[in-house]
Design a protein around this ligand. Structure first.
Ligand SMILES: Nc1ncnc2c1ncn2[C@@H]1O[C@H](COP(=O)(O)OP(=O)(O)OP(=O)(O)O)[C@@H](O)[C@H]1O
Ligand SMILES: [Mg+2]
Length: 357
């Protein structure tokens, strides 16, 4: 083994420290050093793709991707580079296809029928389907429409029909109906007709991974979003994110004024149990990829209509650039996981080589 790992980051963004790196990447580099390995951080840019590819192939046993592909101008080149690296023997943390399978917004729809997401969730990949289906789903009540790219609430809209009683006897909401729209980025509101909103959404359907998730608005979001921070199959922390207590606020993002509290997994036994018991099912439903190294599952509370009891509903998974600045000591566990994985990988390759002789 080369005993070297490359960490990919993107330049810019609000998560960077004094030297332009993510504040939680340096601890990973140090933890590798403590174990007699080396690690380096490389900024990915399309123009340097060839050079980065050759360098990583030459020097590293594995890469750790810490880029939000949705924030790249075009993620195609980045994914292609990662795919080539994995094909040529570099261990991918995560593999680009796993990043998409877990982290894309349609993962929620892929879990339909399992009880951890609502039964009426839909994904739209083209304008014709959006225009046909969304006016019908909007008839079910207040919805949340989520774009796949971006993060921190950008392009995440709560959609309410103004005067819904007008359309009581209709099967779908007419295109000229007036909507109240609230964006999770900053909880600001706008009014548009349904037709104008649908046209506005075309931007979110553009490109390779363009899509929209349509799910019911869960009003108990005001009690907080509960983020489960995972290291592969281990629950390592819980973040309780309470939206600002202002009119219209539903967003759990920091910028929108939500308050965060950090809890130990022991304080959330039922949720931890739910996540642990759901992992094999989630893995299978989402394409049988290895679980990501660092990832999160974000839940909201809902009330079970039959039993009146609380239940947890999954709102999204983040698998591509999860930070852990509030628990920097996690870098030690992260590196332990990486080294265990590389060991297992090497053992399999050795066996295979012996078998071939
Ligand atoms: N179905 C829902 N019902 C109520 N509120 C919701 C729902 N889905 C999302 N939200 C609210 O909107 C916020 C943004 O949505 P979400 O986290 O899915 O998008 P995001 O922009 O990808 O965020 P992130 O930066 O965490 O990846 C959530 O934190 C939550 O407060
Ligand atoms: Mg979120």
């Amino acid at each position: 083994m080369k005993k070297h790992v490359v960490i990919f980051e993107a330049r810019g963004g609000s998560d960077k420290g004094k030297y332009g790196f993510r504040r939680d990447s340096k601890p990973i580099v140090d933890s590798f050093k403590n174990r007699g390995w080396t690690a380096e951080i490389i900024f990915y840019e399309d123009k340097d793709r060839g050079e980065i590819y050759r360098h990583t192939l030459d020097k590293a046993d594995a890469y750790i991707s810490r880029v939000n592909p949705g924030n790249l101008v075009d993620e195609t080149g980045y994914f292609q580079m990662l795919r080539e690296l994995v094909t040529n023997g570099v261990v991918g943390l995560p593999h680009p296809d796993a990043m998409i399978a877990y982290g894309a917004k349609n993962s929620v729809e892929k879990l339909k029928g399992t009880g951890i997401v609502p039964d009426d969730v839909f994904t739209y990949y083209d304008y014709e389907t959006l225009k046909e289906a969304f006016p019908k789903s909007l008839k079910n009540g207040v919805r949340v429409i989520k774009q796949n790219r971006g993060s921190t609430g950008e392009g995440i809209w709560r959609v309410e029909v103004l005067s819904p009683e007008k359309y009581k006897n209709k099967k779908s909401i007419p295109l000229d109906a007036k909507l109240k729209l609230t964006e999770a980025k900053d909880n600001h509101t706008e009014e548009k007709t349904l037709e104008d909103f649908l046209k506005f959404c075309i931007q979110y359907l553009d490109g390779d991974n363009g899509m929209l998730l349509d799910m019911p608005f869960l009003e108990r979001i005001v009690e907080g979003e509960i983020r489960v921070l995972m290291l592969r199959d281990n629950v390592v922390n819980i973040v309780h994110k309470k939206p600002a207590q202002t009119k219209d606020a539903f967003s759990a993002t920091l910028f929108s004024g939500a308050k965060y509290r950090y809890d130990k997994p022991e304080e959330w036994p039922e949720l931890v149990q739910l996540v642990k018991s759901s992992l094999p099912m989630m893995q299978k439903r989402l394409g049988n990829y290895d679980l990501p190294l660092i990832w999160t599952a974000d839940f909201m509370l809902d009330t079970d209509k039959k039993t009146g009891k609380d239940k947890y509903i999954l709102g999204e998974i983040n698998a591509s650039c999860v930070g852990f600045t509030t628990f920097l000591e996690l870098s030690e566990n992260i590196v332990d996981e990486v080294l265990a994985l590389l060991d297992a990988d090497a053992a399999i390759s050795d066996q295979w080589a012996a078998f071939q002789k």
